[in-house]
Design a binder for this molecule. Sequence first.
Ligand code: NAP
Ligand code: FE
Length: 370
Amino acid sequence: MFTYLMPTKIIAGENAVTKNTDELILGTRAMIVTGKSSGAKSGALADVTAALESKNIPYLIYDKIGNNPTIEETVAGGKAAADFGADFLIGIGGGSPLDAAKAIAVYAVNEPKVGSDFEMYDIFDGKYKNKPLPMAAIPTTAGTGSETTPYSILTLHKEKNKRSFSSCDVFYKVAFLDGRYTVNLPLQIARNTAVDAISHLIEGFTDKKSSPASDYIALEGLRIIGRHLDKLKNGGLGVDECTELLWAATLGGIVISQTGTTIVHSMGYPLTYYKDIPHGMANGLLLGEYAERCACVLPDKIKMCLAALGFADIDGFKAFLKTVLPCDVTFSADELTEWTATTIQSKNVKVCPFDVTREMEIEIFEKCLL
Ligand code: NAP
Ligand code: FE
């Protein structure tokens, strides 16, 4: 038995926002949630503000979201949205602003107060009373698939880690996919984010919760990315290639909405938290080894992933990851061991296709990072 749910409407193609302005307008006052530069650099912010102005919709540009947003940043965003009287949000950016907007949508209508029946951290238990604001998504990276997931990954300094909250209430109502917004991404960001998408597709395909529906989508996502590996290596991605990569990343989001992610993601979080390694790169440093271990229990599935991407064997895949993810960060055995005290407790451990122990996680970390 399996279920399949994807409530987000997808509008894909050049000038998707400009040609579908009515779909963008989900209320009467908008707050645009974006990063410090991604909204402007991608060109998406200009298209959105022009669309809102054409319909006389008042808006506030909230461009304060940093990479790997903290929970406190989203509480502040919620207050800004409430003060402005926003009744819908438009998230523009990579996974950081798109995830932040989901938490902001909750806090805007559920003010967290210490000692009340809704405190800041209660968001992780879905304890809020009021339904989050409706949201539209405009991704400017082709990686996280946040536009089609019910997850928001927030940095928690008190836990020295990243943690996700998940609720069907924070699925975006609509997502606009336009490759023009990702075509100017610096090559290394395009590579990191494409590897995040590959990671979602492979993790989802091998996850214990995978289903015929998610598998079908995962393989198609991998095939699409497989067509663009040369340009991810050497540069030269044009709008058409970016459009395809964006679609593949959205498919990755659809897949993990059904399956969740595995230890690649949970073990990647401390690499980002402690070493500031970008999310996709953190996954990519661990992904080859994960695929190799999967091959022992799911040999056919791993063969299918490699074939879809266009690799003859795991070594070819690992070599590709090494080329596109140059990383000179150094790690000590002690810190890697310490991180596994937390990562082994993640729910992602249970959905792995092989049994995971703390010793195994230490071994994976050491093999990949020392
Ligand atoms: P990101 O943190 O959103 O952005 C990385 C960098 O790219 C930022 O400096 C950003 O600038 C810049 N950027 C974005 N679009 C650009 C553009 N078009 N042109 C030039 N620069 C651009 O990176 P991400 O990899 O997309 O997202 C990572 C986050 O998503 C992590 O927090 C991760 O945990 C989360 N995530 C969520 C899910 C999910 O299911 N919800 C899945 C996987 C990962 P600005 O700083 O100006 O924005
Ligand atoms: Fe991810």
